[in-house]
Write a protein that binds this ligand. Structure first.
Ligand code: CO
Length: 134
């Protein structure tokens, strides 16, 4: 069902500092910061040859990554994103197998302009999983 690893998302308390680590210390190509008010985050994309890293900083008072950063004050891996061909078919199959889909269960448009869903970490080895239709 799942295809390529689309990205790994890392929540960070200081986006400028995190961007500098990836750009200057690790020598990666990084994007300009992009505000995603619908998702409560500001994102910097780190482009690697085979995948992406998304650096996420909370945006606004009700950011979904705020509680994560309170538990992990220096930041940490927040979720992994796998590509699927048909997100509704994937959702229905996973739900029928007992997986919990977060939110209202309907795909939202993600940071890359494509439909995404999140799956509860309890069902997936303690890791928040994002599915993105490509
Ligand atoms: Co993501």
């Amino acid at each position: 069902m799942i295809g390529r690893l689309n990205h790994v998302a890392i929540a960070v308390p200081d986006l400028a500092a995190a961007t500098a680590i990836y750009r200057d210390t690790l020598g990666a190509r990084v994007s300009a910061p992009q505000e995603e008010p619908d998702h409560g985050v500001t994102v910097v994309f780190v482009e690697l040859p085979n995948t992406k890293i998304e650096l996420l900083q909370p945006l606004g008072d009700a950011s979904p990554i705020q509680a994560f950063l309170e538990r992990n004050p220096s930041g940490g891996v927040h979720h992994v994103c796998y590509e699927v061909e048909d997100i509704l078919a994937a959702r229905d199959k996973l739900k029928s197998q007992g997986a919990r889909v977060l939110g209202d269960g309907e795909p939202k448009i993600g940071a890359h302009g494509k439909p995404v869903l999140f799956l509860h970490p309890k069902n997936f080895c303690g890791t928040l999983v994002e599915l993105e239709q490509v």
